[in-house]
Design a protein. Structure first.
Length: 132
C-alpha cells in the first residue's frame, strides 16, 4: 500500500493534498505527531512523510484528543457559522462531555455543517471517512 501511495503522492502538491486529507485524523490520534508532521511536511521525502502518518495512526484515540479536534474543527468553521450553528456545536460538545453523545454524533454535526458551508478541507478529511 505504501508504494502505491508513494506513486500517487510523489509530487509536492500531491503530498500537501494528502496531508490535507489526513491532518484532522492525525490530530485526533496525536496532536504531538500532528505538529511534528505539519512542521516537516515540505522537507520530508514522500517515504518519510508516509511513515510518519502510519506511525501517528498507531496512537490510541483519547477523549482529550477528541475534544481537541472538536475545538480545531470549531475554529476552522468559525467564520462561516451562524449563531444557531455555533450553539449546536457547543451543545453537542457538552453532551459529549456528559457521555450523552458519542464522538461520532458530534463529528456528524461538524461534517453536516462543513458540507452546508462548502468547507472542502473538512469534508474531504479522512477523519470523517467512516461517517460518509
Amino acid at each position: 500500500a505504501g508504494k502505491a501511495v508513494q506513486l500517487l503522492y510523489g509530487t509536492e502538491a500531491s503530498k500537501l493534498e494528502m496531508w490535507n486529507h489526513y491532518q484532522y485524523l492525525i490530530f485526533v490520534h496525536s496532536p504531538f505527531a500532528y505538529r511534528k508532521i505539519a512542521e516537516t511536511v515540505r522537507e520530508d521525502t514522500s517515504r518519510v512523510f508516509i511513515q510518519k502518518i502510519e506511525h501517528a495512526l498507531t496512537y490510541p484515540l483519547t477523549d482529550t484528543n477528541r475534544k481537541l479536534v472538536f475545538i480545531l474543527l470549531t475554529n476552522a468553521l468559525r467564520d462561516c457559522l451562524n449563531e444557531n450553528e455555533y450553539k449546536q456545536i457547543h451543545k453537542a460538545v457538552r453532551q459529549y462531555d456528559l457521555h450523552v453523545y458519542s464522538s461520532d454524533r458530534v463529528l456528524k454535526l461538524f461534517y453536516r455543517l462543513a458540507v452546508l458551508h462548502e468547507q472542502r478541507e473538512i469534508t474531504q478529511s479522512y477523519l470523517f471517512l467512516h461517517l460518509r
